[in-house]
Write a protein of this length. Structure first.
Length: 69
């Protein structure tokens, strides 16, 4: 928390603490004409987004706990 109060970028703190490593971002392009399949893929994507957000929130809480120690 002290580092955040000093104006240090949270992403930089996460990198320094080893929480975030070198992430490789891969873009997937899928052409789908089946509307049912499209719906399934959209639902899967939404679940993956929620999981990523949950993990990011958890990592942020861990960083804040460590900063308070």
């Amino acid at each position: 928390m002290a580092l955040l109060n000093q104006g240090i970028d949270p992403a930089e703190i996460m990198r320094k603490k080893g929480v975030v490593g070198n992430a490789n971002i891969v873009e997937k392009i899928v052409h789908v004409e089946d509307k049912e399949k499209m719906k399934e893929l959209e639902e899967k994507l939404e679940r993956e987004k929620k999981e990523i957000r949950r993990k990011a929130d958890e990592e942020q809480k861990n960083i804040e706990k460590q900063a308070n120690l």
